[in-house]
Design a protein around this ligand. Structure first.
Ligand code: BGP
Length: 465
């Protein structure tokens, strides 16, 4: 028999501020980069999203009914420091204070992401992550949260999917004019984020002795298409560049040797200030958080256009690095209707690799299936495909625990329907349906999907299904 889930396993669910809250310009909030992006014509905007800002008490009551032990959400920097730095907006702090108290009142552990894609626009105008001053701004912002909520929060997360921001910079929409930064600029931004993250982890340990903090990277495993040795090298290279190189800096405080050489060879290595090596070593995570959706299959690069094309084929592969690999098909896995590979065993594999590499507790901060869920005339939402998807992933999590992985929790995406980064409300992830269309807000009513009852039983039985 398999080892069961630990008694205090954090059965949870996730959201992020800009995707769920709405109220984009209320109570002193300033615009973030996401508010200013150009979104596809047909996609829902973020200004109302799921209106969680006004309905959080109703939502938390539903989370409690679901039985959640943890709720992962992000704080909108622009509610707390509307100018990016400086003056603190008390109304912003009050909102998260109430949300946290409401969660704790229901016995739900808050898991707080400091920054989930929504940099204050005012900082972006001053160069964003290209500007070293943004490091200080992030530390200042984190410090405000640590002081305000440090006594109540056990689990903090630094930056959501830094690797998505760097490798797939258009992921959440395009800036006005459609110009994305060059690779060189992106890797310099990446370095600043790394330094900022290390300083924030150190600050957390100083200010919140009971708090734990970790990075949250989109982590996956790469398969090689054939047993050709060069396919193996390509898969290894891309897994290193896409996943481990980000986590290695966060955990070990120094760059991964292969990734650094790759950057140097291409003239992409970031400029490091004299103090940076020491700063990177300053903060260490207490756990590693991973967002896991799917795996990818890799063949050796041909060095031509057949290598990688943007969001073609295997969606999770992202834009990649030119000349590193060629995207291949995996005949052994299914895909979602958005082309994302469905691979529960890949989750087990990714957990094992993460455990072996870092020897730290692991929290899954995202996992799920996006689908155009529909409200039936009888008022139900049948998302049995989601139940099947999660059932298989929970099974593989248990196998990973049995293998020796210290998995502390599972926070799938998403607790409730949120705006998808690309497909608005056409593509949903929640256990709770939000009754709104793309542009049409309808009544924003909350409706429990079939998966709600399923997850409720999983949580109540601590993972039996
Ligand atoms: C992750 C992000 C989330 C969420 C999820 C689903 O990369 O951290 O914010 O959006 O992906 O992605 P999408 O909405 O594009 O389907």
């Amino acid at each position: 028999t398999l080892k069961g889930f630990p008694k205090d396993f954090l059965w949870g669910a996730s959201t992020s501020a800009y995707q769920v809250e709405g109220a984009w310009n209320e109570d002193g909030k300033s615009p973030s980069v996401v508010d200013m992006l150009v979104h596809p014509e047909e996609a829902a905007d973020f200004t109302v999203a799921s209106d969680h800002y006004h309905r959080f008490r109703e939502d938390v009551a539903l989370f409690a009914e679901l039985g959640l032990k943890a709720y992962r959400f992000s704080v909108a920097w622009t509610r707390i420091l509307p100018h990016g730095t400086g003056e603190v907006n008390q109304a912003g702090l009050a909102f998260y204070q109430q949300l946290i108290d409401e969660l704790l009142h229901h016995g739900i552990e808050p898991v707080v992401t400091l920054y989930h894609f929504d940099l204050p626009y005012i900082l972006e105008q001053q160069g964003g992550w290209s500007n070293r001053a943004t490091i200080d701004a992030f530390v200042e912002y984190a410090g405000v949260l640590f002081t305000a909520f440090g006594s109540k929060i056990k689990y903090w997360l630094t930056i959501n999917e830094q690797n998505t921001l760097i490798l797939h910079p258009g992921a959440v929409g395009m800036p006005e004019g459609g110009e994305l930064p060059s690779k060189q600029v992106l890797y310099q931004q990446n370095h600043h984020m790394m330094v900022a993250q290390a300083r924030v982890m150190a600050l957390c340990h100083q200010r919140c002795p009971a708090g734990k903090i970790g990075p949250a990277i989109n982590t996956t495993s790469m398969y090689q298409e054939t047993c050709h040795p060069l396919d193996a090298i390509a898969a290894h290279n891309w897994e290193t560049l896409r996943c481990w190189s980000f986590l290695d800096v966060a955990v070990h405080g120094r760059y991964n040797a292969l990734a650094w050489r790759y950057l140097e060879d291409r003239g992409l290595a970031p400029v490091m200030a004299a103090e940076d090596a020491a700063l990177l070593l300053q903060g260490k995570p207490d756990y590693v958080a991973i967002n896991y959706y799917s795996t990818a299959t890799i063949a050796a690069s041909r060095g031509d256009a057949s290598d990688v094309s943007a969001r073609a084929g295997d969606q999770q592969i992202m834009l990649g690095e030119p000349g590193v690999y060629r995207a291949a098909e995996n005949p052994f896995v299914d895909k979602t209707q958005y082309g994302w590979v469905i691979d529960p065993v890949g989750l087990r594999l990714t957990l094992r690799k993460t455990c072996e590499r870092y020897h730290l507790p692991i929290l899954i901060t995202e996992n799920g299936i996006g689908a155009p869920d529909t409200l039936q005339p009888d008022g139900t939402v049948n998302d049995d495909y989601r139940i099947e998807f999660m059932r298989q992933h929970v099974e593989q999590m248990q196998m990973a625990i049995n293998d020796g992985v210290e998995l502390i929790g599972y926070c799938p995406w998403a607790a409730i329907d949120v705006v998808s980064t690309h497909q608005g409300y056409a593509k949903r992830y929640g256990f709770i349906y939000v009754n709104r269309g793309e542009k049409d807000l309808l009544d924003l009513r909350r409706i429990k999907k079939n998966s709600f009852g399923w997850y409720q039983r999983v949580i109540a039985s601590n993972g039996e299904q």
